[in-house]
Design a protein around this ligand. Structure first.
Ligand SMILES: CSCCC(=O)C(=O)COP(=O)(O)O
Ligand SMILES: [Zn+2]
Length: 217
């Protein structure tokens, strides 16, 4: 009998939670063309993450695997997500982080390109800011960081590191790429992802309306 260095029951439970969330995220169209990746902390030393290259709208338990906190596969022949390093960076940054969701929605991609030079998107005056931890009023201004994209995950994680030190929103955008959002639980991470997606959609709509000729002119 093979002894696994993690609990098979815990893997099953975590994979089922991720399957439910990813099916919903994919249904909303935020995971085109096999993009996106999803993970949850399994225990102190392990995380469950999507296998690289899978259609994220069709995930079953076979599309998840376990990695250690250095991103090495554990008891799996599969290749973990190409972006495993960014997930592990978050788990190592804060022991309380339990789930990381990465998506490539239309709104995330367009807004990341429009705001890349500024390096952030200011979100102000929205009741939905209260979806983020520590925010109790619409009357606030928070910055969603927009980081430069890189193919080298070591370099990309270096872009991310200063953002994590600032203790800002539990999310960041990568230019022309997509959004990372996280939380203590899968539900928290999903709430943060949904709030970012909604607010980016509203900001994009406002930019469109400001650019359009007014109906009276
Ligand atoms: C086809 S999208 C390019 C890779 C990417 O950005 C992504 O999110 C999916 O990569 P993975 O290795 O996790 O499937
Ligand atoms: Zn990606």
């Amino acid at each position: 009998m093979i002894t696994l260095p993690f609990s098979a029951n815990a893997f099953h439970e975590v994979a089922q939670q991720l399957i439910a969330i990813t099916a919903e995220v994919a249904r909303r169209g935020w995971t085109p063309a096999t993009s996106s990746n999803f993970s949850m902390r399994l225990d102190h030393q392990h995380a469950v993450i999507t296998v690289s290259g899978r259609d994220k709208g069709q995930l079953t338990e076979k599309d998840f695997m376990v990695v250690d906190m250095n991103g090495q596969p554990v008891a799996s022949e599969h290749r973990p997500s190409a972006e495993t390093k960014l997930h592990n960076q978050l788990y190592q940054h804060d022991e309380r982080i339990g789930c990381v969701l990465h998506t490539h929605s239309h709104n995330q991609t367009v807004m990341s390109r429009l705001c890349a030079k500024r390096g952030h998107i200011a979100l102000e005056g929205y009741e939905l800011l209260k979806a983020f931890p520590g925010h109790h009023t619409h009357d606030a201004s928070v910055k969603l960081a927009v980081l430069g994209n890189r193919q080298d995950m070591d370099l990309l994680s270096c872009e991310v590191a200063p953002h994590l030190k600032k203790n800002g929103l539990p999310a960041y955008l990568i230019e022309g790429h997509g959004l990372y959002a996280w939380g203590q639980s899968a539900a928290d991470a999903m709430r943060h992802l949904e709030a970012c997606e909604f607010l980016l959609g509203v900001e994009l709509e406002m930019l469109r309306l400001q650019a359009a000729p007014s109906p009276r002119s």
